[in-house]
Ligand binder design. Structure first.
Ligand code: ZN
Length: 403
C-alpha cells in the first residue's frame, strides 16, 4: 500500500488517529505510520513520526505494533457457552467476546438440523445482524448443511442430512441474511441449487463431500467459489486418486477454509496446502464451537453432545466436531507451521475471506474502507481491536479520548 500524504494534517480533526504503528504489507519499511479515521472509515495514512493528533481527535497508541485489517472468521459455530444452531438468540454474547481474539467480522454458522431449527436460526440470526457498541459484526449466516454427503458427515447428525432442495432453500438469500452455504456438489440436485443460491447472492462452498475431480469441476462451473475446511470431511488424495483434496490443492480460484489448530490438519499438510494455494487461496477459519473460551467439559452443537479435552472437541464416538481454536492462535500456528511472513498470514485471516464475500470495503487498509483494525505485538498477540473506527478491545489502555 502506498501512503497518502495528501491527507491534511495539523489542523484537521479526525474521529480517531492510530499513531505510530507499522503496516502489515510494508515489512521492509522501518517507518512508523499514523492512520486517520473519519466516520468509521479509513481517511488516510501518514508516514513518518507525526505522532500527534489534532485537537478533537481521539488517539490509539500503536507504538511497537503491527496494524492489520480486522480478521474475518467464515466459520464460527459459537463460543463462550453459546451454540448458534440451538441458541441463535444468544449471538451477541459471542459478538462481545470476539474482538479480544482479533475477529472483527464473522459468519455465525449453523450445522445440519431439522428444517424448523434451521429456519428458526436463520430468522433469529438475521434479525440480530446489526452491530452494537463493543461487538464484532456478523456478515451473514453460514449454513453448513444439511445438503451434505452422509459418507463425509463428520459430526453432523446423519438423520438431519438430506438431498438438496430448492424449495427448502427458497429463503436462503443475501437479502434474508444468508451469506454462505456449504453443500456437497455431487448430490442429486446440487448443481441446480448452486445456480439458485448464486443468483440470490449466496457464496457456495463445497464441503462434507466425496466429490471427485469431475464432480467438483461441475460444481465450480455451476458457481462454487469456496471449499469448507480443506482436508476435513472430504475425499482424501493419493498419487493415482486425487479425491476431493487433490483438485482443491491444484485449483487456482476456489478459496479454501483451513482449520489450523494442529489437530484437524497435521502441520505438514497445512504446509502442503499453503505451498499449493498461498495466502490468496486459503482463508483461516476457526470452526470453533460453544466450548471456545469455556474450558474442558461436555457441550452441545446442534443436538449432538460434544466432549472437550486436550485431544480437541469430539463426539461420543471420537469424531472431531469443530474446534476450540481462536483466530489469533490460528495466525500464530500458520506462521509456525509454514514459516510464512506475518503479512501473508494476515492476508489469509482478513483480505482473502473479505474478497470471497465480495466485501472490498473490508480486509484491507485502503482509504475509504471500513476502519476494522487489529493491532498486534511482535509475537502476534492481539494488543487492540478497532471496529467501525471504534476501539472495542484495549486491555493496555492505549486509547485516549479526544481532548
Ligand atoms: Zn464441518
Amino acid at each position: 500500500m502506498s501512503t497518502t500524504p495528501s491527507v491534511a494534517t495539523g489542523s484537521t480533526s479526525f474521529d480517531l488517529t492510530v499513531i505510530g504503528g507499522r503496516l502489515i504489507d510494508d515489512p521492509q519499511s522501518d517507518q512508523d505510520i499514523d492512520l486517520d479515521i473519519i466516520g468509521g472509515r479509513i481517511a488516510g495514512t501518514v508516514t513518518g513520526r507525526r505522532h500527534t493528533a489534532g485537537t478533537g481527535t481521539a488517539v490509539l497508541d500503536a507504538s511497537d505494533c503491527i496494524i492489520a485489517p480486522g480478521w474475518i472468521d467464515l466459520q464460527l459455530n459459537g463460543g463462550w457457552g453459546v451454540d448458534f444452531t440451538s441458541q441463535p438468540q444468544r449471538i451477541r454474547e459471542v459478538a462481545r467476546r470476539l474482538p479480544a481474539t482479533g475477529v472483527t467480522s464473522f459468519l455465525p454458522t449453523v450445522i445440519s438440523s431439522s428444517p424448523a431449527t434451521t429456519a428458526r436460526a436463520v430468522t433469529t440470526l438475521s434479525a440480530a445482524s446489526t452491530r452494537h457498541h463493543g461487538e464484532a459484526r456478523s456478515l451473514g449466516i453460514h449454513l453448513e448443511g444439511p445438503f451434505l454427503n452422509p459418507l463425509r458427515k463428520g459430526a453432523h447428525p446423519p438423520h438431519h442430512l438430506r438431498l438438496p432442495s430448492i424449495e427448502e432453500a427458497a429463503q436462503w438469500s443475501a437479502a434474508a441474511g444468508v451469506a454462505m452455504v456449504t453443500l456437497a456438489p455431487e448430490l442429486a440436485g446440487a448443481l441446480e441449487l448452486i445456480d439458485v443460491l448464486r443468483a440470490n447472492g449466496v457464496v457456495v462452498s463445497a464441503g462434507h463431500t466425496a466429490a471427485n475431480a469431475e464432480e467438483l469441476r461441475l460444481g465450480i462451473d455451476a458457481g462454487i467459489t469456496a471449499a469448507t475446511h480443506l482436508y476435513n470431511a472430504m475425499g482424501p488424495f493419493g498419487g493415482r486418486e486425487p479425491g476431493t483434496v487433490g483438485p482443491l490443492l491444484a485449483d487456482r480460484t476456489v478459496v479454501t477454509g483451513l482449520i489450523v489448530d494442529g489437530l484437524h490438519v497435521d502441520p505438514i499438510m497445512v504446509d502442503v496446502a499453503w505451498r499449493a494455494r498461498g495466502p490468496r487461496g486459503i482463508a483461516l477459519v476457526t470452526d470453533a464451537i460453544t466450548a471456545l473460551g469455556a474450558g474442558y467439559g461436555a457441550f452441545g452443537i446442534g443436538d449432538t453432545e460434544i466432549i472437550v479435552d486436550e485431544t480437541g472437541a469430539r463426539t461420543a464416538t471420537g469424531i472431531l466436531a469443530g474446534s476450540v481454536l481462536r483466530m489469533d492462535e490460528a495466525v500464530r500456528n500458520l506462521i509456525a507451521f509454514t514459516g510464512c511472513s506475518s503479512a501473508d498470514a494476515l492476508v489469509a485471516a482478513s483480505t482473502t475471506p473479505a474478497i470471497l464475500l465480495g466485501r472490498s470495503d473490508l480486509g484491507n487498509l485502503l482509504v475509504g474502507s471500513i476502519a476494522d483494525l487489529v493491532l498486534l505485538d511482535g509475537a502476534h498477540d492481539v494488543v487492540s481491536t478497532v471496529i467501525d473506527g471504534e476501539v472495542v478491545y484495549d486491555p493496555q489502555q492505549r486509547f485516549s479520548p479526544a481532548r
